[in-house]
Design a protein around this ligand. Sequence first.
Ligand SMILES: Cc1cc2nc3c(=O)[nH]c(=O)nc-3n(C[C@H](O)[C@H](O)[C@H](O)COP(=O)(O)O)c2cc1C
Length: 187
Amino acid sequence: MDKISIPPEWVFSPQPMYIIGTKNEDGTPNFCIITWLGFSFDGGPHLMMTVGGTKLTKTNILREKKFSANMITEDNLWLADYFGNTNGEEGEKNAVPYSYKQGKLVDVPVLNECHWAYECEVTRVIELSGAHLFLAAIRNIQIDKKYADMNMKKIDLSSIQPVIYAPYNYFSIKEKLGEMGEWKRHL
Ligand SMILES: Cc1cc2nc3c(=O)[nH]c(=O)nc-3n(C[C@H](O)[C@H](O)[C@H](O)COP(=O)(O)O)c2cc1C
């Protein structure tokens, strides 16, 4: 096929979305969306995320060195959108109803509305020009009880219904295309 070049500013980075939960100085919770986020592995699973500018989430993580990452699914998308479009420095985010519990292994707020959440401890902070890159070890995973009997090695993504962020739109996942290593059946 013929290709054309476009500038790096037009990067298209579709990916799953997470609500990041942090503890404020007075112990109350704060939540926001981070989508510059990916996974890594070094002795155990890690989460890498980039928090730009100045925001309460960043101040909290720099002080506490921990956070929760709550997967955004179709049923909690608009709660997430509220968290991602409100500024924690302007006051507690309590214009809409939601609830949380403290993490089981890490002392971070975990949203009850989310079915899949990671409790993370920051292991490395890289200061960039304006943004901070956080590398964090996943210490515990909390999942909805209804997924207890799910095959964890072959998770049916469609039953979890994660939202995909394709800047600046939100999409749902359609259908399973196949399994790893099946290329001979498809080419
Ligand atoms: C869909 C979406 C994705 C976002 N992704 C990021 C991100 O990857 N990094 C970031 O620093 N801010 C991101 N934000 C912005 C923060 O969520 C926003 O600045 C929020 O108000 C910060 O909340 P806080 O002030 O309580 O920390 C995103 C917002 C939305 C709505």
